[in-house]
Design a binder for this molecule. Sequence first.
Ligand code: SPD
Length: 276
Amino acid sequence: MKGLWFTEDQTERLRISLKIKETLHSEKSQFQTLDVVDTYEFGRMLLLDGIIMTTIKDEFVYHEMITLPALNTHPNPKNVLVIGGGDGGAIREIVKHPKVEKATLCEIDGRVIEVSKKYLPEIAGSLDHPKVTILVDDGIKHIKENRNKYDVICVDSTDPIGPAVGLFAKEFYQGVYDALKGDGIFVAQTESPWVNEDLVPRIFRDVQSIFPITKLYLANVPTYPTGMWSFTMGSKKYDPLKIDKDSIVAINTKYYNPTIHFNAFDLPPFVQDLLR
Ligand code: SPD
């Protein structure tokens, strides 16, 4: 293959390669390596420890879907927390919602925020929004220190390796439950049902053992392993499938809409089998 290519080993047996125009930024922060490269197919792309976090072309799917199903399930999502998500994509979606009064970002690596602001302004552009408070801190610690505080918590983590492992632990989900108000909702990115056949059901069961309502939903994110990506929602009171379709707030989106809200929870039988 001619030219410069970036390859991510998505598993030990699966790779994705993208042809690169140029490398815009590389550094090693206190926590990880950060790279921003410009690709021909997906535009600028943020890599953490060599793993694709987000690209200009497909980021909207992930960022709308990690936030809007929960925000539209909760009738009054005034106070919202994002753990991780330093690129600002989840925050951008959250501040669009008219009922959100305060959006807190708790990101352990401040360099992710700064690098995203500089090289990915389309994604990070709402990090300076007046509704937003940024904490450069450990999300696990923040959860332990806060009780009965948030309406919605979104865990926009990296993969479950290295420092992010704790964000996939049952003990953490219990902390998230405690940090939510009495009718709060939690959502986390939970990897691919095709190549994380053990992790996806394990997380589902852990969340189910804590939250009275637990649902898994899917979206198509082409640059993530297999393209089929799961999100797990734990809710104390509101069922995302029992909301009034007309109550879904009309905001400018490119993937999520009132029909996708319901269809995303409609799982193919092989995914349903994983959760049994
Ligand atoms: N395999 C990569 C999964 C990354 C999920 N989080 C991405 C963060 C984007 N805000």
